[in-house]
Design a protein around this ligand. Structure first.
Ligand code: ADP
Ligand code: MG
Length: 406
């Protein structure tokens, strides 16, 4: 990085907080009250859209009678009661902690630029003490000089830079939405872009000069502060990021083992127990991908047993451009735990599976030179998983009641 970074500015929704999860939960409850239910298709079509459009897509997908406006009003009212339940985006709590730690460039300033109105912000961070105290400047969507000039207008970022007394060119913005990306760049900032929407190609619309100021990553867990002249993280174990330091970062996926393309066993020699997508969408932001590790259990099929697992969550980019049959896998997100245990040729399709995700190994990659290289890397992920899970804090999680089906 040519210019030293003096300030970091965060967007809130979709960057720090996983408010999308909350919105999906509320939508699910509202639909239930209407005698309908949120299907995978409806969810896929509405996710990442502004609320009114999202409701219209849901109405179209489910063939509902109601108007998008009515459902929107109903969901906003219910969301107000639940904003404080929003969880951190994976890696957000850790990153913000890190940026504020002693030893970090003493003068590093931290700000927030959100479209959220100030009163709603208070609700969203109500039980997030870190977010309440960490920002030296906070700009909200309903501030007098911002109203009517929301993102992609650069006003909010210009204002936060001015409040922090830093040059935009020395400011690093974290954003998840195309409009926020444009706003940050128009303001003259650098942007770490962590897109929330799958298959987002926001950079294509940018000028070459602007594109130079964008660093895209698939999740905050993949952010490397050193690349921006900031202090390296000190919490890695065997090159992985364990979640145990911040217990609220542990991810609990409970679902059903479903059929995939059968590629795991046949092409890779590595079977993966694909978890139904709704179960994953319930607990993980749609945008989050990567290779993770943790403990898994199949409480009904193999009661009392806990297995180490390396799991991939994402789009299987290596297989995206292939023959027709695998080509159809493109655009479908999967969650695939490889249980590090020999089941002697048995399968357990249809079984309930619990996965306690305890750490991040690496971003998902389509860059492997060959199938063999991919297989080698997955096996390496398996070895790393076994070594890291042998640690005391990790072993303690084997007893977590979630794995016993509770
Ligand atoms: P699919 O594409 O249908 O997931 P795979 O080739 O990945 O097919 O095989 C996965 C299935 O194999 C799992 O659903 C599970 O029933 C079974 N299986 C057997 N051993 C394992 C293991 N060690 N880890 C995960 N799944 C396993
Ligand atoms: Mg599989």
């Amino acid at each position: 990085m040519a210019v030293p970074i003096e300030a970091v500015v965060f967007d809130l929704d979709g960057t720090c907080l996983s408010t999308e999860q909350l919105i999906v939960d509320v939508a699910r409850r509202i639909l239930q009250r209407k005698g309908s239910s949120l299907t995978k298709e409806a969810l896929e079509q509405s996710i990442g859209k502004p609320p009114l459009d999202a409701w219209q897509s849901t109405i179209d997908a489910l063939g509902l009678e109601q108007s998008a406006e009515d459902l929107y009003v109903e969901s906003e009212a219910e969301l107000t009661e639940h904003w404080h339940d929003a969880s951190y985006m994976p890696g957000a709590l850790r990153l913000i902690h890190h940026l504020t730690q002693r030893g970090q460039t003493a003068s590093l300033k931290i700000g927030l630029a959100t479209s959220t109105p100030r009163a709603v912000l208070a609700k969203k961070i109500q039980n997030k003490p870190l977010l309440q105290r960490v920002f030296q400047a906070v700009v909200c969507g309903d501030d007098d000089d911002i109203r009517g000039r929301g993102k992609p207008h650069p006003a909010c970022f210009l204002k936060v830079c001015s409040l922090l007394s830093v040059e935009p060119s020395r400011t690093l913005v974290f954003e998840d939405a195309p409009s926020g990306l444009v706003a940050a760049l128009e303001a003259g900032c650098h942007c770490v872009y962590v897109p929330s929407i799958a298959n987002d190609s926001a950079e294509e619309a940018l000028s070459e000069a602007m594109r130079q100021r964008v660093t895209r990553i698939p999740t905050l867990l993949a952010f490397d502060p050193v690349a921006f002249g900031l202090e390296a993280f000190r919490d890695t174990v065997e090159g992985t990021i364990p979640f145990v330091e911040h217990p609220e970062s542990v991810i609990r996926i409970r679902g059903t083992v479903v059929k995939g393309f059968g590629r795991g066993s046949s092409e890779l020699g590595i079977p993966t127990a694909n978890v139904d997508t709704m179960a994953v969408a319930r607990v993980l932001p749609g945008a989050t991908t990567g290779i993770f590790y943790g403990w898994a259990s199949l409480p009904d099929t193999y009661p009392g047993k806990v297995y180490a697992t390396a799991l991939s969550i994402g789009w299987n980019p290596f297989f995206k451009s292939g023959d027709d049959d695998v080509g159809s896998a493109a655009g479908k997100k999967t969650c695939e735990p490889w249980l590090l245990h020999d089941f002697g040729g048995e399968d357990f399709y249809g079984a309930e599976i619990n996965v306690l995700v305890l750490g991040f190994i690496r971003p998902e990659s389509g860059e492997f030179s060959s199938l063999e290289a991919l297989i080698d890397r997955i096996k390496e992920d398996g070895e790393v998983t076994k070594r890291v899970l042998a640690g005391e804090a990790m072993m303690a999680f084997r007893e977590d009641e979630f794995l016993r089906g509770q």
